[in-house]
Design a protein around this ligand. Sequence first.
Ligand code: COA
Ligand code: AMP
Length: 632
Amino acid sequence: MKYQNFYQESIAHPEQFWSEQAKQLDWFKVPKNILSKDAFNYNQWFEDGELNLSYLCIDKHINDGFGAQNAIIYDSPVTNTKQHITFNQLHHEVSKLAGGLQGLGLQKGDTCIIYMPMIPQALYAMLACARIGVIHSVVFGGFAPHELAIRIDDSKPKVIITASNGVEIERIIPYKPFVDEAIEKAKNKPERVVVFDRQLGVEIPNKSYDINYTTLVAESPSVAPVSVKSTHPSYILYTSGTTGTPKGIIRDTGGYATALKFSMKYIYGVNEGETFWAASDVGWVVGHSFIAYGPLLNRNTSVLFEGKPIRTPDASTFWRVISEHNVKAMFTAPTAIRAIKKEDPEGEFIKRYDLSCLKYQFLAGERCDVATLTWAEEQLGIPVIDHWWQTESGWPMLANMVGVDLQEIRPGSAGSPVCGYDIQILDEDGEQVESSVEGYVAVKLPLPPGTLSNLWGNPERFKSGYLDRFPGYYFSGDGGYKDEDNYVFITGRVDDIINVAGHRLSTAEMEEIVASHSDVAECAVFGVHCELKGQKPLGLVVLKSNETPGKQQTIQKEIIQDVRKEIGAVASFRDVLVVNRLPKTRSGKILRKLLRNIADEQQYNIPSTIDDVSIIEEIKTVYQTHKIGIHN
Ligand code: COA
Ligand code: AMP
């Protein structure tokens, strides 16, 4: 099969194409209505179909005779644990936890927050929710109680499932106390908190709403999967937007299952029974799609890794895991490869392992620089494939579809459009631009199955944020260009979102926190280049009064602490500089893009609307003094 034909088929006849793909699933009720419009006149897939994700990920494989196959391999260098979990065992854990959750009063359509580290119980919790039609919302463990509280108030969960703690290298991260603090802050109080005690000697504060996870599972009956509509939300996943409030991306069930099954086969090139590893976290979309649901739907063994690419214990960990667990295709962020390259530039660790099982290395989550891609290609001797997608899409939009046929790899490009995505580069007026011309990356509607169906409780923001900018298109928020062969090069966000180590963060949210410090008169937070993490946030502040250097330092430390406390350690907010003034337009708008471009030594035009051009030299001097930007 040729990629071009397959792709063209998906664009020319989307209904036919996706109804064929949907046949790969075991539906409780096979859909007849393939593509229709919802109440917001937006596409919805397989409206009259019914199915259950937990059934497809577990029961189906047992029914097919694969109960003894490993479903999950939990590999945790931070706790020295390795655990192989078969589909039979997964069934036992998930169906009893689902029974327990039902016993706590959770019903189809209710919401449940999962705030857990990378342990099997996190996957059990997701699958248990799916089993009974409960809409889960997994919150990344690196977020602070304040962020968790925002998500509690928005999704209003009846129950939160958590664990005693996480482990970051050798540091214990208190999860349960964070949940208690978040509940304290939230207006909407959940009824119950189910706590998994990791037995790592961490004291768990006792609250009246607590339920012990292990006891709950032991004492509850197994329950069967319930049938849900294809359009039933399987989960809400919050992601950073351009304001301080995160957006709750809603994912459907039937379209998602179809897209993931398709992805495993045609994008990642893995067959049933093979092992797949996405080195991410269940709190991100990668974790939802390619640690949990995708591999399990496709009867792959999914590796659940609790560690880092380096320091757990060293830069050989990835290669050990691949070789030990016979991984066929692996997915990580370019940052992880950069971190490994820094520790092991000659690839000495790589040579020590038999990596013949590994056929493809996938990278995504942030822009992949050519040097990183080339280094990985040279060291591994296999195709290293950059591909592009977002929380919103739920699965890749640009890739090299190796399961169809491997195309030439063009470093710097995230590949060609994946089946179903009619990707266009538009100018300000929504007109398609010529090849090599940079513009806004948009996808012609309808989007294929599995992409976002709306924003939780905020359809207006959904419409204004994604659909109104270019009528007839979904606007991705990224800029980029195509070459003459339809390879797309993503150049970065065109809004206030930044990507730090593959983690999506909002500078607007950080700016709100910095601005609320009592000594700050005004400020700007924006992303600058970082050799390791791709980008990092930088804050410039103007203080209300002239302070001594000592007092300035104290204020800087307080600001950094405030951001860490409100958003979490994951923000990696470590640089705040005091400046005398900020460049603005005559109407008072801070020129953040200019500040960023100067730091990154990018070409910049001085806007004619700037109120005082002399400030540019002042800013350059501050950057040079503090070694900010490209030469950091
Ligand atoms: N729970 C609690 N805290 C967490 C956390 C979690 N799940 N994940 C990260 N953090 C904390 C870290 O401990 C760190 O805290 P610190 O400032 O006190 O040291 C902070 O958040 C920043 O974490 P991170 O961005 O991971 O940086 P790092 O310096 O600890 O590690 C790398 C650097 C390169 C090893 C790491 O960023 C990495 O593995 N990147 C790969 C990216 C990736 O997998 N992205 C997923 C998207 S596909
Ligand atoms: P998230 O929603 O957290 O997955 O982040 C999505 C954003 O990450 C995208 O909008 C891009 O800005 C960026 N991104 C993801 N993958 C890539 C890639 N392969 N190349 C460039 N940017 C990427």
